[in-house]
Design a protein around this ligand. Structure first.
Ligand SMILES: *Cc1c(COP(=O)(O)O)cnc(C)c1O
Length: 214
C-alpha cells in the first residue's frame, strides 16, 4: 500500500481541468501527510469534528473541503477555514453558512447537492428545485454557489450510474456561468464514468488511502 503511488495513479488518469479531492475521512494524519508530500493539497472530510482537528494538526496550506452531510448547528466550527462545502442540501443550511461566513468576514464556496440516485437515503435537492434555490439565495452575499454535487446509486449497473451522472451534467449545463463552474461527481468506484459524463471534481478516498474500517 503506497499512498504516493496511488495519488500519482489517480492524478495521471485525470484529464486537465478535473480537480482531485483526496477523501481522507477516518485516516490518520500520517496518511494525509504522505499524500501531502506527494503534492496533494485538497482534502475532503465528512465529519466536522475530524475536519476541525485535522485542520489544526496539519500544514496550513491544505485546502479543506467538507464533503458529507452538514448539520446546521455545526457550520460555525468550520466557517473560519473551510474552502468548499459540497453537501449543501437546504436553504436553511445556506442561510446558516452565509451567517457564519459573514461573522468570519469570508465568502464561502458551496455546491448544491442534487439527489440523482434512486436510493432514497441520499440527501439533496431535486433536479427541478435548483433554479429556485439559486434565485432564492441571491441576497446571501457571503456564500457563493459555484456548482453542483451528486452521488450515483451504489450499484454494479453501469448504465444506471451513467444515466444518473448524465442527468446532473445536463442540469449543470443549463445553469453554468462565470461563477457556476464546478461539477463534483465521482468516487473511487465510479470516477472514470463520472469524468466521461463531464465531472470537473472527483472525490476519491479508498483508491488512494485503502479501505476504511467501518
Ligand atoms: C467517502 C466519500 C467519498 C469517497 O469514497 P471512496 O469510495 O472511498 O472513494 C466521496 N464522496 C463522499 C460524499 C463520501 O462521503
Amino acid at each position: 500500500m503506497c499512498i504516493e503511488n496511488n495519488i500519482n495513479n489517480v492524478l495521471s488518469s485525470l484529464p486537465k481541468g478535473v480537480t482531485l479531492v483526496a477523501v481522507s475521512k477516518t485516516k490518520p494524519n500520517s496518511d494525509l501527510l504522505q499524500a501531502y508530500h506527494a503534492g496533494q493539497k485538497v482534502f475532503g472530510e465528512n465529519k466536522v469534528q475530524e475536519l476541525v482537528q485535522k485542520s489544526e494538526d496539519l500544514p496550513k496550506d491544505i485546502i479543506w473541503h467538507m464533503i458529507g452531510h452538514l448539520q446546521t448547528n455545526k457550520v460555525k466550527f468550520i466557517a473560519p477555514f473551510v474552502s468548499l462545502i459540497h453537501g449543501v442540501d437546504s436553504i436553511k443550511l445556506l442561510k446558516e453558512i452565509n451567517k457564519r461566513a459573514l461573522q468570519n468576514n469570508r465568502v464561502i464556496d458551496c455546491l448544491l447537492q442534487i439527489h440523482i440516485a434512486t436510493e432514497s437515503n441520499k440527501f439533496g435537492f431535486d433536479l427541478s428545485e435548483v433554479n429556485e434555490v439559486i434565485n432564492n439565495t441571491n441576497e446571501f452575499l457571503n456564500i457563493k454557489i459555484i456548482g453542483l454535487m451528486g452521488m450515483a446509486t451504489f450499484t454494479d449497473n453501469k448504465d444506471q450510474v451513467i444515466q444518473e451522472f448524465n442527468s446532473l451534467k445536463v442540469l449543470f449545463e443549463t445553469i453554468k456561468n462565470k461563477d457556476i463552474t464546478t461539477l463534483s461527481m465521482g468516487m473511487s468506484g465510479d470516477y472514470k464514468l463520472a469524468i466521461e459524463q463531464g465531472s470537473t471534481m472527483v472525490r476519491v478516498g479508498s483508491a488512494i488511502f485503502g479501505h476504511r474500517n467501518k
